[in-house]
Design a protein. Structure first.
Length: 705
């Protein structure tokens, strides 16, 4: 057994590198302390921007400390290996194979010289694995129709995307966003737009409320007001006059909003769903069982929808008892079923076991289904680790229509007390939302079923491989509208060439920490290291003393030895650096690009774009990512975290120059990305860049949603 050394030998360059890293921690700590003092001075009401600054400062402290710890651990491990070797020699122990701490995996940090945008939109007939499923963006529009009672949260909101901070509709939309991100974001590029249909105001604007109040006896205000909110809408709907008002209002809104949506999404190729609740399910059912020009038994004229509906989702639906009360159900047990299905491709009915308003619909289609239990909705919180291909296998029968929600733990003890709450439970049920999302993504599910089911490998076609060799035109941090929730969230957006827009959740996905940089000129020299097939030697220009970002313990005339993963890679680096040296006097392209407004983590940059060559190389400081430019060789702490970016090809841009500066980008399939800029100057810069693109059509539109 080899004894452990009593001391650790660490070279001066390694210790100097550690000192630099600790200095970075000190800088980050000072920034965090400043932010903390600022928060303390503004307590208890703290602006969101100040809070975000403090949070970012603390995250930078943590990141800097981790880098220093990783460096020290690597150095200690390398030193321990050397000490072990020395002690082994002294004790006569035969040396066994040991790992080289600076061994580099081939191809790490090497990128294609251009993005594979063309490949991301190539024909579906391309060669692929038998289990591979190419996934396009799923475009979908879903209208939501409320039930009885006043629903101000369903009224059309403002551009901010936050019509109300409370209410069933905003909560429902937000649940779609979070559920989509939890279960689908890594596999399914879903562009789901959700819009509301509010009909209550149309009825009550007629003055019925004031008349109702006048006939309510004194001393019963609370119960009478409850009746007005809970039951009168249903009674109004059974009356021809008010039923006509509601049907006309809902149909007109659906058609108008669909047309406006198409105007704002030219070329859109998606499908439409309707999600309805309570009385809203009856309204939707009646509209979808009548063609334009039809007249109901009570004299209601139906204008008809101007678009096809793929899915009808009904939650807490009294449709079965309504058609029964209308006499539209054949009561003869031996006669044919007479229930009229809505004109949709798929009809789903959700009900809670304690909901007094929700009923089953399948027995109206087939009487024998009364003996077949409804399908239990899968608990969303139990399947978070499953892939999309596995999730769709949980519902093997696509023909079922009745789906029952889970009972909560305490419901059995207080059934009557919980009954009213169960009728509104659908708005907050992630089980319902997950099921709806799976049906909305049926175009992908159908492809999966055509191959190997749960074994399918999904390949999103909108993702393109990142490359540092192309220089973007613009990059900034802006607010991007989430289609499902309507809210605005900070994102990093990058405008590339050829109408390419990249949308990343944060600059952390592509920002890197630059460690040092070596200037290159005609007096620099590069050559392979003799008797070492993997190393190269770089001798900088000894006359250049103006560069301020040199490696630790280095000077402009220091010789730097770098090691590649293979001899071929070493030779490629020698040739590339030599080419830069030989062309040092030639005119060079612009190094940077406009990053105004781009929020980067402390100590990071994006100064690697426009690279000539990149890869991971090792030296005395360990393995780092090296980037060759036209005048420098730059060293970054690591490769960019994300190697695939969500690519969006712009064909049209709607520009709003109102008080809120918004650009809505549109691709060839009508999918949109709406971006809100923080300042007029930043907005103008981006608009000028977009308008300078000859193949991108720009339209001034101050009605952007």
């Amino acid at each position: 057994m080899v004894a452990q050394a009593e001391s650790v030998h660490i070279s001066t360059p390694h210790l100097e590198e550690l000192d630099v890293l600790v200095s970075e921690i000190e800088i980050c700590t000072a920034a965090a302390k400043k932010a903390s003092v600022s928060l303390l001075g503004q307590a208890p009401v703290i602006p969101r921007t100040e809070f975000s600054t403090a949070l970012e400062a603390l995250e930078s402290c943590l990141a800097a400390a981790r880098v220093a710890l990783d460096h020290l651990n690597d150095v200690e491990k390398a030193a321990a290996d050397e000490n072990t070797k020395e002690l082994a020699k002294k004790e006569g122990v035969e040396e066994t194979s040991t790992e080289d701490n600076n061994v580099i995996e081939p191809n790490v940090g090497i990128y294609s010289s251009e993005t594979d945008v063309a490949g991301s939109v190539q024909d579906h007939a391309q060669t692929q694995d038998s289990n591979e499923v190419q996934v396009d963006i799923v475009n979908h529009l879903m209208f939501v129709i409320h039930g009885i009672g006043e629903h101000t949260d369903f009224q059309d909101g403002q551009l901010s995307g936050t019509p109300e901070l409370v209410g069933e509709y905003p909560v429902f939309r937000e649940l779609f966003r979070t559920t989509r991100e939890t279960f689908l974001s890594q596999e399914i590029p879903l562009a789901l737009e959700i819009q509301s249909i509010e009909w209550h105001d149309e009825v009550h604007a007629s003055g019925v409320d004031s008349v109702f109040d006048s006939i309510a006896p004194e001393g019963s205000d609370k119960i009478r007001q409850f009746n007005k909110r809970a039951f009168m809408d249903l009674l109004y709907y059974t009356a021809p006059k008010f039923s006509q008002v509601i049907v006309q209002s809902v149909t007109s809104q659906l058609n108008a909003k669909y047309k406006r949506f198409l105007d704002h999404h030219p070329g859109w190729d998606g499908q439409v769903s309707i999600f309805s609740h309570s009385l809203g399910t009856i309204i939707a059912y009646d509209i979808l069982t009548h063609d334009a020009g039809d007249v109901s038994n009570i004299g209601v004229h139906y204008p008809g929808l101007e678009f096809a509906v793929e899915n009808l989702f009904c939650a807490g639906s009294p449709v079965p008892v309504m058609v029964l009360s209308r006499g539209d159900v054949n009561l003869d047990p031996n006669g044919p079923e007479s229930f009229k299905p809505p004109k949709v491709n798929h009809y789903y009915n959700f009900f809670h076991p304690l909901d007094p308003i929700g009923y089953r619909v399948e027995p109206l289609f087939q009487r024998k289904m009364s003996k077949v239990p409804a399908v239990q909705l899968i608990a969303a919180d139990s399947v978070k680790n499953k892939s999309f291909a596995e999730l769709i296998q949980l519902y093997p029968d696509p023909t079922r229509q009745d789906f029952i929600l889970r009972r909560q733990a305490m419901e059995g003890m207080i059934d009557l007390a919980y009954a009213p709450f169960s009728h509104s439970s659908y708005w907050t049920s992630q089980d319902v939302v997950l099921f709806a999302l799976l049906q909305i993504c049926r175009p992908v599910a159908d492809k999966i079923r055509a191959v190997q089911g749960a074994k399918a490998v999904l390949v999103p076609r909108h993702l393109t491989h990142f490359t540092p060799h192309e220089r973007p035109r613009l990059a900034t941090t802006a607010e991007v509208r989430d289609r499902s929730s309507g809210g605005w969230f900070p994102k990093s957006i990058i405008l590339g060439h050829n109408q390419s827009l990249y949308n990343l959740s944060s600059s952390k996905e592509f920002a890197c920490t630059k460690k040092w940089s070596i200037p290159l000129s005609a007096n620099s020299r590069v050559e392979p290291v003799a008797n070492d097939p993997l190393s190269l030697k770089l001798v900088p220009d000894t006359t250049n003393s103006l560069f301020s970002m040199l490696p630790p313990n280095s000077s402009v005339n220091a010789t730097h030895v770098l090691k590649a993963a293979t001899t071929d890679l070493r030779d490629e680096w020698v040739i590339a650096i030599q080419h830069v040296i030989e062309n040092a006097g030639a005119a060079k392209p612009t190094r940077g690009f406009d990053t105004t407004g781009l929020v980067l983590p402390n100590g990071t940059s994006v100064d690697y774009f426009g690279a000539i060559k990149t890869s991971v190389l090792s030296n005395v400081w360990g393995s780092k990512w090296f980037v060759l430019h036209h005048s420098t060789l730059d060293c970054f702490d690591s490769v960019p975290p994300s190697d695939k970016w969500a690519h969006f090809s712009i064909v049209k841009a709607f520009i709003s120059s109102r008080e809120v500066k918004v650009v809505r980008f549109v691709n060839a399939r009508g999918t949109t990305v709406s971006v809100k800029f923080s300042s007029e100057g930043l907005f103008d810069t981006w608009v000028d860049a977009i308008r300078s693109t000859k193949t991108c059509n720009t339209v001034q539109d101050d009605t952007i949603l």
